[in-house]
Design a protein around this ligand. Structure first.
Ligand SMILES: [Zn+2]
Length: 391
């Protein structure tokens, strides 16, 4: 049993490979997903459904949630070092190009370089979900997500975090599972006591990340008009979007107007402003920034284009979207994801935008957004990827 009370416990603070070694059921879940994919490719939907159902193990969901959920000293073991590292010198592009990403997965054998689990590509997951509607749960909370995809989805992980100027060069990237990536957030390896995974060779053993599902998807004729449509939208964003945000994220530096704004926000709950600022800090990996005038405006920058994604007023009402600059259709998926994450919220369309509110157009409250912060981050990540893909 881990003893975290002993500050001088050398074993407790010793560097390790990952936050929590995967339980055997994680490996079993990967096998079941592979069998589901093979069954689908053989047009055996009944078997595919059965394997997906078997892979949806609560014990796997619990394992992933322990790493992705709230900070836990026993798991994350954050220590206050590296605080003098220079922040703010970021490379322009937040995420690697699809080519670099493919090279990274291939080099790493589609395995998490931290915990070693077999990972699955999100496009493969999406392809399976499309072929078997309703079979892969992707709900607003961890317990609403299919356990195997929660634990095994693949993401690129920056060894030197983007917020510290980490680049998208292949040698700064490793394949990670969603929990390992999410558990570290934008902290350095030293801050959480993880051994640099590049010191261990990747394990390449024939696992394909379920890329087998994409051999068919690539040639699917219905994808072509979709892609053209998305490209046209991005052109619209380039024409109409802000080129640069007018105000970078400001530190909460104690200026009286900001103090007054946050004090008012805290009227109903004194922890609100700190929770909000923590959430925004946790979104820095997606190049999210904010500025404050009468309303707090949150932006996300993708490839030099800043998009205003939502606003918060001092009454704690959340305006989604605050402004969309001709990106209406791009916001549809984002709005629907946000609505799914917040109980009682709905996504609805107006002539110029996709909005999210409670029934009768009551505003979503910022505490409701923060309660679902993990899924809001996922929705932002998806929006970021969608915008990046067609640049
Ligand atoms: Zn991992």
């Amino acid at each position: 049993m881990i003893c975290h009370d002993a500050a001088n416990d050398i074993d407790f603070w010793a560097p390790r490979a990952c936050f929590l070694p995967p339980i055997p059921e994680v490996d079993r879940a990967a096998e079941l997903l592979a069998e589901a994919a093979d069954a689908l490719l053989a047009a055996n939907c009944a078997l595919a459904l059965e394997r997906l159902r078997q892979a949806d193990m609560p014990v796997v969901s619990n394992y992933a949630t322990m790493i992705m959920g709230r900070y836990d000293l026993n798991i994350h073991r954050k220590r206050n070092i590296d605080i003098d590292l220079q922040k703010g010198v970021r490379v322009k592009q937040r995420m690697p190009s699809p080519q670099v990403e493919r090279s990274m997965y291939s080099r790493d054998g589609w395995r998490c370089r931290f915990c070693g689990c077999r990972v699955v590509l999100k496009p493969a997951r999406d392809r399976m979900a499309k072929l078997l509607p309703g079979a892969i749960r992707l709900g607003p909370r961890a317990q609403d997500c299919h356990a195997a995809f929660l634990a095994l989805s693949a993401v690129p992980d920056h060894i030197i975090p983007h917020t510290y100027g980490g680049t998208n060069d292949l040698d700064n990237l490793v394949t990670a599972c969603w929990p390992c990536n999410n558990g570290r957030g934008s902290l350095t390896l030293n801050e959480v006591g993880l051994i640099d995974p590049r010191s261990r060779p990747p394990l390449v053993d024939g696992w394909d990340g379920l890329g087998r599902m994409l051999g068919q998807a690539t040639d699917a004729p219905q994808r072509r008009p979709h892609v053209m449509h998305e490209s046209a939208l991005i052109e619209g964003i380039k024409l109409h979007g802000n080129v640069e945000p007018t105000t970078r994220r400001r530190q909460h530096d104690g200026r009286s107007s900001e103090d007054a704004w946050f004090a008012e926000l805290n009227r109903t709950d004194p922890t609100l402003s700190s929770r909000l600022l923590n959430f925004l800090r946790n979104c820095e990996d997606l190049d999210v920034s904010w500025s404050l005038k009468k309303i707090l405006i949150v932006r996300m920058k993708v490839g030099g284009i800043a998009t205003e994604i939502f606003g918060v007023d001092r009454n704690a009402d959340v305006h989604i979207p605050w402004a969309i600059h001709g990106q209406k259709d791009k916001f549809r998926n984002f709005a629907e994801n946000i609505a799914k994450a917040i109980p009682g919220a709905i996504a609805y369309e107006t002539p110029k935008s996709w909005n999210v509110s409670k029934f009768a157009k009551k505003f979503v409250k910022i505490e409701e957004l923060l309660d679902a912060s993990q899924f809001i981050h996922m929705a932002l990540e998806e929006l970021h990827t969608a915008l990046r893909r067609f640049q």
